[in-house]
Design a protein around this ligand. Structure first.
Ligand code: ZN
Length: 330
């Protein structure tokens, strides 16, 4: 690989050369010269700036595509402040909710919050199934169902062959949108972790996985699982700590009692505590509770320094919440 500064990484006589100055990939022994997309060149240049620098492996996929894989295993971080905790909650309603809490000598703050929702494939899936069944057995009943889904006009000239093609297209589109979602989640998490590294913060990524029972039949199971594995890989690559644990957004972030749902909006499930009167967005509370659960576990089971850090972090979180009593509200 030849980064933009001109120095050569790897062997000069390697069978394949990635030249980022010229934006091309060369395989000299076959006189192959492939132009690389500008976005790929930018991404590779960015990866080359990391310390330690990644190793790159070129892979030819079974579909005949060239893939560049970056490998890197920095040592796991020492838990100390300044620290960033990225909390990720998987749920069937919003896909993922993400928050970043930053801890320093002067307490903590909520640096980031977002809900990331995967595409809803209900209609697309129903349509693909109807098209597929019409393709294999073109009945009047099937045609009528497609008429309801697509409108009468497009169905008039529909042949079984066309129906099969369209069904395949719909399935491919679903797959592509799901892949985009996984990429969106990991890209956001990567930004948050890299931002932390730039500020000299150690980073921990906490993931609360959804139990697969809840997802049965929603078609989301595979997508969320892939996103979780991608986050785990990302942590290994970026030198962040990856921890899976569970917490509930139904529990009051202030006093720990179980709340009841008082309202549902398009964007939030709003809960209220009958004991202390606190009101919160279930997704936000889930992330706050996930973070306190992590530090409580660390306080009980951690070695000396970690237990002290956990104790301070818990105090900082409580102080932050009492100073910003509305921060977890919708
Ligand atoms: Zn309460």
């Amino acid at each position: 690989m030849t980064p933009e500064n001109g120095e050569v990484r790897g062997k000069r006589d390697a069978p394949c050369v990635v030249d980022l100055r010229k934006g091309e990939l060369r395989i000299p022994s076959y006189s192959v010269r492939v132009r690389l997309r500008a976005s790929l060149v930018r991404a590779l240049a960015e990866e080359n700036k990391l310390t330690p620098r990644p190793d790159f492996v070129l892979q030819l996929t079974s579909r005949g595509k060239l893939r560049i894989i970056a490998k890197r295993t920095p040592p796991p971080p020492q838990l100390s402040t300044p620290l960033r905790v990225v909390a990720v909650d998987e749920n069937s309603r919003h896909g993922f909710a993400l928050a970043a809490f930053d801890f320093g000598d002067r307490g903590c703050k909520l640096a980031y919050f977002e809900k990331l929702r995967p595409e809803n494939h209900g209609y697309r899936r129903q349509l693909a199934a109807a098209l597929q069944s019409y393709a294999s057995a073109p009945t009047e009943e099937g045609r009528a169902l497609l008429g309801q889904l697509l409108g009468q006009e497009p169905v008039k000239a529909l042949t079984p062959e066309r129906a099969r093609e369209h069904a395949a297209l719909a399935r491919r589109k679903e797959k592509r949108l799901n892949n985009n979602f996984v990429q969106r989640v990991t890209a956001r998490a990567r930004e948050l972790v890299r931002e932390a590294a730039k500020e000299g913060r150690a980073a921990v990524v906490l993931v609360d996985p959804i139990d697969s029972e809840t997802l049965r039949g929603t078609g989301l199971q595979g997508t969320l699982l892939r996103a979780r594995r991608a986050l785990e890989n990302l942590c290994r690559y970026e030198g962040a700590l990856f921890v899976e644990l569970r917490a509930s957004g139904r529990q009051c972030p202030r006093c720990g009692s179980w709340g009841t749902e008082v309202r549902q909006t398009r964007r939030a499930r709003v809960y209220k505590c009958r004991r202390c009167g606190a009101v919160w967005d279930r997704d936000k509370a889930a992330l706050y509770n996930l973070t306190t659960t992590y530090f409580e576990r660390l306080r009980k089971g951690g070695r000396g320094n970690e237990a002290v850090l956990a104790e301070r972090a818990l105090a900082a979180l409580r102080k932050w919440l009492s100073k910003h009593p509305n921060a977890l509200e919708y």
